[in-house]
Design a protein around this ligand. Structure first.
Ligand code: SAH
Length: 363
């Protein structure tokens, strides 16, 4: 089979990747088998948790795909109190999650910067320095990233969303607040400061081609990312992009394509952390487990207090919005064992790629 020959290569060209993303049937099985083997060899059949705290849906941006965009007036805005955030972090710590991830809409202000510093300090304090902390709060000035790094955040997730500038400009308003170059600059400063740096894209966007997606994976490799979160694009009725709903691949195909993206990336970047995104589960009830089987090694159980979850709706049909943190824990544990993997508790589960990258630099 032609695909097997491609899979044995040391590195993939854009055409190779496109070919792999087109694979179906036996060929797709061969791709998934290979990526599963790579994961087993380099990472083991392991999964680490990041307790996800979606602490506010207040956002200053207007991304055309996103349900929490500033312009969406049909959404109740919330902002967790510091006590609620710390209680969620304490839950993660008491349940031996190695890490938490703090995510919110994008706000750039001195008050927001200060608040995050205080939260980082408090989370470190309540866990005796033991909880790892990932931030995912969007584009900020390098000084702000620096302050947060000094306060104890060590991983940062900033999805580039798409690396094709033209596509980027079709899914964002064209103004200074939504500038592609700034997103890239932010990723670069995160990496320079010393964060484990994560990015990712949405898969199955309107106007997106397989060539775009192959370009996205090559970008991740060239940029030398440490972590990746990729999920299917899921339309949201209260967003401008909904007018293109007729141009989308069927949900099942977006799901399948996301799995293929994860599998190809795992083969390309053997030792990075890859998240099994929640959006996968919005399409397939065991979507995240399928991702774990073929290459993902990070799950983000939602530990946001239940009453707010309904309001962090990035897309329609977001799963688990009516659960509590305890429900997520037992549900996910059962799910991970379905994927023949094991949850590793009380460890940060840092990206091995980052360790090696840093080591190389210091030699
Ligand atoms: N504001 C932060 C994080 C919040 S949104 C930031 O920009 O980093 C987290 C991610 O949700 C986004 O990066 C985007 O990739 C994803 N997302 C937003 N709307 C979506 C949709 N309609 N379908 C699927 N994923 C979506």
């Amino acid at each position: 089979m032609e695909i097997i020959v491609k899979l044995e290569k040391e590195s993939f060209s854009k055409d190779d990747i496109i070919r792999l993303l087109k694979s179906e049937g036996e060929e797709k099985n061969a791709l998934f088998k290979k990526s599963g083997e790579v994961k087993e060899k380099y990472i083991g059949n392991k999964v680490w948790f990041r307790g996800l705290i979606e602490f506010s849906n207040i956002c200053g941006k207007d991304c055309l795909y996103c349900g929490i965009r500033k312009g969406n007036k049909n959404l109740k805005r919330y902002n967790l109190s510091d006590d609620e955030i710390l209680a969620a972090a304490k839950f993660a710590f008491d349940n031996n999650y190695g890490s938490v991830a703090l995510q919110s809409g994008e706000i750039e202000s001195p008050a927001f910067t200060k608040r995050v510093i205080k939260l980082l300090n408090n989370i470190k304090e309540l866990s005796d320095g033991k909880l790892g902390i990932t931030l995912s709060v969007g584009e900020q000035e390098p000084e702000v990233y620096n302050e947060w790094f000094d306060a104890g955040a060590h991983r940062y997730l900033l999805r580039v969303e798409s690396t094709n500038r033209e596509l980027y400009s079709k899914i964002h308003p064209n103004n200074k607040k939504h500038d592609f170059q700034r997103r890239l600059d932010c990723l670069k400063s995160l990496q320079d400061i010393g964060y484990q740096t994560g990015t990712g894209v949405m898969v199955g966007l309107p106007f997106q081609t397989l060539e775009d997606l192959a370009g996205d994976l090559l970008f991740m490799q060239d940029f030398n990312i440490d972590m990746c979160g990729m999920g299917p694009y899921i339309e949201h009725a209260d967003t401008p992009l909904i007018i293109n709903a007729d141009k989308l691949l069927p949900l099942k195909e977006r799901f399948d394509l996301t799995l293929k993206m994860i599998a190809v990336l795992r083969i390309m970047m053997k030792d990075i952390n890859i998240v099994a995104a929640t959006a996968l589960q919005a399409i397939d009830p065991i979507g995240r487990e399928k991702a774990v089987k073929i290459g993902a090694n990070i799950l983000m159980p939602n530990i946001t207090p239940g009453k707010y979850r309904d309001s962090y709706k990035l897309y329609d049909n977001k799963p688990c919005t009516d659960n509590s943190a305890e429900d997520c824990q037992s549900c996910l544990e059962a799910r991970v064992s379905l994927a023949d993997a094991e949850v590793i508790y009380s460890e940060w589960g840092d990206s091995q790629h980052y360790e090696k990258r840093r080591y190389k630099r210091s030699c």
